[in-house]
Design a protein around this ligand. Structure first.
Ligand code: BES
Ligand code: MN
Ligand code: ZN
Length: 498
């Protein structure tokens, strides 16, 4: 897929600018002023006509293509009547960007000019709008093509110029666009990895993907631990998951060094189950195919690493991906088996389908060696989280309030939102068992919480948060990976730059 080029520029005379599509926000009051009035005049009153005919009213979220009769071949009208009395707010900006992204990349326009000069919007919100617009456009152009012999037409849109208006200078505007673009490309990478089928995207495939990413920057290195090395480290819990599979597990470590040598790194840990059959506690057949996205946490870690590498941020960040396939076989772990984790803690595997926590706990222990500033793990961990929060929010757990607040804020800022869930001590006893230090399931109540409680026992030595993305990482209609929470994670890291 060709990449989208984005540029901010001040356009002296918008009415005479040559473009395949000029994008004009129109307010909902029926009046045409400023730039909208100039474009209307240049196209023989076509906008006025659309308003008079009632085909287009300027209502928030409404869009209308007109064939141009001036310097622009097409005119895309975007309704942006504000719902708030305080003028154009973030919500309005988000809806404007979403409307443009839903329509523009699907037209035949190869280039477009977006004119934002009429908007009554402040500097901060303009910057935000540009970042969000760039990200939305880049993600709207995504098509899954990897295993389709005759892919659908790619988006024709390859070049976009934005006039941000007077509130923001072009240098700042370009920075905002680039940030959105890099984040969007990270989101698309995550979607692509999560959409790939389990027979292609294996633990080894993810390892090769890490090596590929490391080749893109001198600041990024990668190290792959094989099963022999993991056995030496005592990762009996992680290895109990891959025991039933012909695909060997991999612990994938990527180190991004953008900060000072002595700066403590931020560590991202991703669940990388490349296919989850449930193991001996086999899942039902319906929708089992969707369990190819059980490496969605790992995919979001890859996407985030790609984004921060492209932006060359000045932080140290370590990614740890616990990659394995969960299959039933003669060698598979059985319900009731007891395994010993790298921490030395023993685990009774009461359900082999609760495998995510089994691979993550050893990765969390491995993270201790980095003396991290904070550790965030990301995992499609529980169906219970989907029941609790649906798909709009990722479930957030943390052993430290400030870290939780920072992640929640990054989610609000990017509209890739999370919602905090309790990690109370009271839930811990649900995973007690007479036969080991803990069981890997906690009974029917609070399934997402008890999974987090299990992980918390391996994250006592540092500030830690856990994102359960079982609901947010996958869309059912149209089917496919969302690339969440790459935007949240990237923003969280950007906010940490001193
Ligand atoms: N990968 C699943 C969780 C999941 C379910 C993700 C639906 C996305 C959509 C996880 O490994 C799992 O199977 N969890 C079990 C835990 C149970 C056995 C305690 C679940 O949620 O049913
Ligand atoms: Mn499972
Ligand atoms: Zn799973």
């Amino acid at each position: 897929m060709t990449k989208l080029t984005l540029n901010a520029r001040s356009i002296k005379d918008p009415a005479t600018a040559k473009t395949q599509c000029v994008v004009v926000p129109v307010s909902g009051d029926g009046k045409l002023k400023g730039i909208a009035a100039q474009i209307d005049k240049a196209h023989g009153g076509a906008i006025r006509t659309a308003l008079d005919l009632g085909d287009f009213s300027g209502k928030r979220g409404q869009t209308q293509f007109l064939m141009g009769s001036g310097a622009a071949q097409r005119v895309l009208l975007v309704g942006c009547a504000s719902k708030s009395k305080k003028g154009f707010a973030r919500d309005d900006a988000r809806e404007l960007a979403t409307s443009i992204s839903k329509t523009l990349p699907n037209s035949r326009s190869k280039d477009a000019l977006v004119l934002l000069g009429d908007l009554d919007i402040n500097k901060q919100d303009t910057r935000w709008l540009l970042t969000y617009l760039a990200r939305s456009l880049v993600t709207a152009r995504y098509r899954y093509t990897a295993t389709v012999s005759k892919p659908k037409d790619p988006s024709q849109l390859s070049r976009l110029v934005v006039d941000p208006g007077k509130s923001l200078g072009t240098a700042a505007a370009n920075t905002a666009l680039t940030e959105g673009k890099n984040t969007g490309e990270g989101v698309n990478l995550a979607r692509n990895l999560a959409n790939l089928p389990g027979n292609i995207c294996t633990p080894n495939y993810l390892a090769s993907e890490a090596r590929k990413l490391a080749r893109s920057s001198k600041k990024l290195t990668t190290r792959i631990l094989d099963e022999k090395k993991m056995r030496e480290l005592g990762m009996g819990s992680l290895l109990s998951v891959s025991a039933g599979s012909d695909e060997p597990a991999r612990l994938i470590v990527m180190e991004y060094k953008g900060g000072k040598t002595k700066d403590a790194p931020y560590v991202l840990v991703g669940k990388g189950i490349t296919f989850d059959t449930g193991g001996i506690s086999l899942k039902p057949g319906a929708k089992m195919d969707e369990m190819k996205f059980d490496m969605g946490g790992a995919a979001s870690v890859f996407g985030t690493m790609a984004a921060i590498t492209a932006m060359e941020i000045s932080l140290n960040v370590v990614a740890i991906v616990a990659a394995a396939e969960n299959m039933p076989s003669g060698g598979a772990t059985k319900p009731g088996d007891v395994v010993t984790s790298m921490s030395g803690k023993t685990i009774e595997v009461l359900n082999t389908d609760a495998e995510g926590r089994l691979v993550l706990c050893d990765a969390l222990t491995y993270a201790e060696r980095y003396k991290p500033a904070a550790v965030v793990d990301i995992a499609t961990l529980t169906g219970a989280c989907v029941v609790a929060l649906g798909s709009h929010a990722s479930g957030l757990y943390a052993n430290q309030d400030a870290l939780a607040e920072q992640l929640l804020a990054a989610g609000v800022e990017t509209h890739d939102r999370a919602w905090r869930m309790p990690l109370w001590e009271d839930y811990q006893k649900q995973i007690d068992t007479p036969f080991a230090d803990m069981a890997n399931i906690g009974g029917p109540g609070g399934g997402s919480i008890t999974a987090a409680c299990f992980l918390a026992r391996f994250a006592e030595k540092y500030d830690w948060a856990h994102l359960d993305i079982a609901g947010s990482a996958w869309d059912s209609a149209p089917k496919g990976a969302t690339g969440r929470p790459v935007s949240l994670l990237t923003q969280y890291l950007l906010d940490r730059i001193g």
